[in-house]
Design a protein around this ligand. Sequence first.
Ligand code: ADP
Ligand code: MG
Length: 254
Amino acid sequence: MFLEIENLTMQFGGLVAVNGFSLGVAEGTIQGLIGPNGSGKTTIFNVLSGYYKPSGGKITFKGKRISGLPSYRVTASGFARTFQNLRLFKSMTVLENVLVGMAQHAETGLLSAIFNPIAISHEEEYFHEKAMGLLKLLDIAEFADTLATSLPYGHQRRVEIARALGTDPKVLLLDEPAAGLNETESENLRKILLQIRELGVTICLVEHDMKLVMGICDRITVLDYGKKIAEGTSSEIAKDPVVIEAYLGQEDNS
Ligand code: ADP
Ligand code: MG
């Protein structure tokens, strides 16, 4: 399997946030991860992206173990993420916010920059073009020179996704990208995510917006108290009594 999570456990002191969780994600798919608040979704992303070392289990990506690696190495192996709470740079424009994510991956080292100023100017041009391309993909190119945090919330969410894509990820982890979006914005996001999948990026989507999740995910996994309680296509999930009981039946699942 492209991305394989096996028997993953994450404990914080006495609290078991993720409890023997397994999941295989196929390349080029959109994998949904849903469950009530506190069920361990963000923790799984934190472990996947190397923020935490798991207490147990392992994660392999294209056959190589990535669990336990520091986050910069996980990023280098092809992972990028967005956060449940926006993390944009306040004093930077939309374009700069995207460029900042790419800078870490610059090819031109310090020495070649000193001895070969032409190389660095080419690189800058290249990054600029690439960042503008991502802004177009996210349909926010017209705001390139606007301060990111002065944009409406839905647009800021898209800036975060553009920035994540700047590192050319193979896997994109999105933590509640539709939170706070109105229906039109959520529909726009749906189209954008489908385009990103078209580019061959595998997406793991944590989301409470059921219309979005059900409409877009190839497969959905349902968590409750750190454990997987169901898995399947959206239609299988929608009629699963265990899921309805634990999750879908609840009015307030924010
Ligand atoms: P979700 O994203 O599904 O809402 P989380 O993964 O954020 O859930 O949290 C799962 C559980 O783990 C919660 O009980 C939360 O309080 C706990 N938790 C998450 N991160 C930490 C941490 N760094 N230290 C202690 N407890 C944590
Ligand atoms: Mg969360």
